[in-house]
Design a protein around this ligand. Sequence first.
Ligand code: FES
Length: 100
Amino acid sequence: MVNKLKVHDKKGNFEQEVEMSGKRSMLDDMLDNGVNVFFGCMGGSCSACKCKITKGLEHVDKEAMGPQVYSDVAEDEVLSCIARVKEGVDGEEIELEKCL
Ligand code: FES
């Protein structure tokens, strides 16, 4: 299962493309590939890792790695530390913009 994640900064400028295995959080996949992204608690409660999904939101499980504690998250946003590609999704392209 391999999906692509295109990472943009908060102004929408393209930064980097990352492959996601679907087994780890989106944040872990970004960090493993050297993406400069903010994070803090790693558990869904601080919002430092919040990102806006601009393409492929239907393929993202927003609480795959645990419950979302921080609640000020819009419909098209995820806390990347607890979000992951949905089970069974393969060959898709997801795009996000970092919120910080
Ligand atoms: S790192 Fe704190 S909510 Fe993701």
